[in-house]
Design a binder for this molecule. Structure first.
Ligand SMILES: C[S@@+](CC[C@H](N)C(=O)[O-])C[C@H]1O[C@@H](n2cnc3c(N)ncnc32)[C@H](O)[C@@H]1O
Length: 280
């Protein structure tokens, strides 16, 4: 009897599993392959954020109250970002990848997991400065509608401007980042001209298919939240979305080496996690 009791799973673990199933069955959002420890932390933060005592209570609300869903997805996503985050990566894109992309008459870039848009606008600036922006389309996607709405606005707290400017200069920026935004009170607003070739859309890397035929895919600090098997799936989705010799840029703590798709890529810079499709 005692042994049977000891084998019983913890109540919270069962509640977490039921919450994941409810989100999938009722709303089609599948978190079954998210790394459990960090997912659990986000669920616990969400409980506080929307005033639920237990995961069971949250599950009941998610099942009955459709209006709560955007808040739940926003709470489960981690939209932390910076403009020119990891400047060495953007410098490498500027110095080595964009000159190669310049040979195409039209360039498609897919930025998956765009959060509030900081990387999208960083890319737009790189392209503008390389004289390539007018023949580029950037597709910026995320699975959180709330994040996409924020990204479309392109408004950030002014207190971030200093870090963003330092990153921009470290990434080889030759102007002042302030040339690309308007400051008003405690906010900065990205210049509307930088939005002209960006299309924002909801795309869920777990269940949605190939998004566009991309010359460059930037998906940074998203795979880190996924199990190995989901990472495998997403890396194959990226492989199938790239043109021949297209580029893939991952976060500096993410890797492709373990994945089935590794055989299809060669590293341009293994430390900065920039890869090129070598063969399908
Ligand atoms: C930490 S942010 C990364 C932002 C940016 N790429 C960067 O590195 O600064 C992770 C983003 O991935 C998004 N995300 C998480 N799971 C996703 C999924 N299944 N499909 C699409 N986006 C997802 C989140 O909503 C969040 O905006």
């Amino acid at each position: 009897m005692a042994a049977r009791l000891m084998a019983r799973p913890d109540v919270e673990e069962v509640e977490l599993e039921l919450f994941v199933r409810a989100l999938k069955l009722r709303h089609g959002y599948d978190f079954g392959e998210y790394a459990r420890a960090s997912f659990r932390r986000r669920v616990n933060a969400l409980l506080q954020g929307i005033g639920c005592e237990t995961i069971g209570e949250l599950t009941a609300r998610v099942l009955r109250d459709d209006a709560l869903l955007p808040k739940v997805i926003a709470g489960l996503s981690v939209p932390v970002s910076e403009m020119f985050r990891d400047p060495a990566v953007f410098r490498k894109l500027r110095d080595e990848v964009l000159p190669l992309l310049a040979s195409y008459p039209h360039i498609n870039i897919w930025q998956a997991g765009c959060a509030f848009g900081q990387e999208v606008y960083s890319l737009a600036i790189l392209l503008e400065e390389a004289g390539l922006y007018d023949r580029t389309q950037i597709y910026a996607t995320d699975f959180s509608d709330a994040a996409i709405a924020r990204a479309q606005e392109g408004i950030f707290p002014a207190r971030e401007a200093r870090l963003y400017s330092e990153n921009y200069l470290a990434a080889g920026g030759a102007h002042s980042l302030a040339d690309y935004y308007h400051a008003r009170y405690d906010l900065i607003t990205i210049d509307a001209a930088l939005k002209r070739n960006v299309t924002f859309a909801n795309h869920n890397l777990v269940c949605d298919g190939v998004f566009c035929e991309a010359h460059l895919i930037l998906c940074r600090n998203v795979l880190i939240y996924f199990t190995d098997s989901l990472q495998n799936h997403v890396l194959e989705l990226f492989r199938d979305s790239l043109v021949r010799s297209g580029f893939l840029c991952l976060g500096t703590r993410e890797n492709i080496a373990f994945a089935r798709a590794a055989q299809n890529f060669r590293a341009i810079d293994p430390r900065l996690r920039i890869f090129q499709l070598a063969q399908r």
